[in-house]
Design a protein around this ligand. Sequence first.
Ligand code: SOE
Length: 390
Amino acid sequence: MKKKLNIAVLGSGFMGKAHSNAWLMAGKFFDVPFEPVLKINFGTDMELTKDFADRWGYEEITADWEEAVNRKDVDVIDIVTPTYIHKEMALAAANAGKHIFCEKPCAVTYAQAKAMADAARNAGIVHYLNHNYRRVPAVAYAKEMIERGKLGTIYHWIGTYLQDWIMDPNFPLTWHLQDKFAGGGPLFDLGSHSIDLARFLVGEIESVTAVSQTFTGERFLPGRGAATFASGESLNSEKGQVTVDDACFLMAEFENGALGSIGTTRFAGGRKNHNTFEVYGSKGSLCFNFDQMNELQFCDMTEPDADQGFKTISVTNAVHPYCSAWWAPGHVIGYENTFFHAVADFLNAVSTGKTIEPNFFDGEKITRTLEAAKLSNREGRKVKVAEINA
Ligand code: SOE
């Protein structure tokens, strides 16, 4: 019998669902050292929280997250709330000596992210920041290929993360569209993923030059109104100010000399979750597109000129990262599997006390870069990441 590990999940939205599923399922596919137990779920709307908790089999619910964090019988705090409250929850969890599994982006400011990193360091807990795309097998395999030298010296990173879910001007002013709750628009929500992948695959970003735009400056407040959106949001008759970007494009200089760009928007019609990157090196080029998440495109530049061209690698073979736990080659996996991979790695980290990445130390660096991009856009100039102070 495996030792049980009691999980408190704070939040119950889209990510609450993805995380709950992963806590329950990871051990079915991976050899994990614990049996995670969905002990308690925190939510603010008790009716919705009860429905959610019943569906996923939580033992209890609470409207008081601090109570959940401080319970003696809770081992892990899983934070899936809006971003602005991550810091408060993470600090409380670290002070209580609980391991932390936290949704991205880390925090709304560099100062907050730094406080989270410091608290985790001081408490000596295991902390994980869920930039889940690192755990797409094709992305993890891209990392292996780069480490094996298949790309040589890296010259370029071109990342794009495009969505379209707020293009309708009637889409309400949810927390995602308010700077104080989200830290930024697609720059924070999507750009944090792209920066995480760029750091993972290329290296540290030294400076950024960013431009952003808000296309819809005012929106109806959420409430009970006529229109209801796919996300379940409905409208009020009053309007409020959008205080985040709708799109942000940035150029990045890496410490190792590589040059790159990251484009993020929620106004790319038809693009639902179009997360792509291209990495160009002296010996080879790699392209990834989450729409075909089981594949990598690779061009081997060491081949004779006449033979050069991109080939498709199906990253579904047992030798590929995470794939031995899944199906026979070519039998593809999906979005939810990335969360299973994260949970399996996190459980192993808790058992061994080893570091898992990305974590709050990465969150600190990513958030600093995001703030540099905000400053760059505001002041119309290139900003070194090191200029940003907590
Ligand atoms: C919404 O834009 C969102 O759910 C992000 O918050 C996630 O991190 C991304 O994986 C999918 O899109």
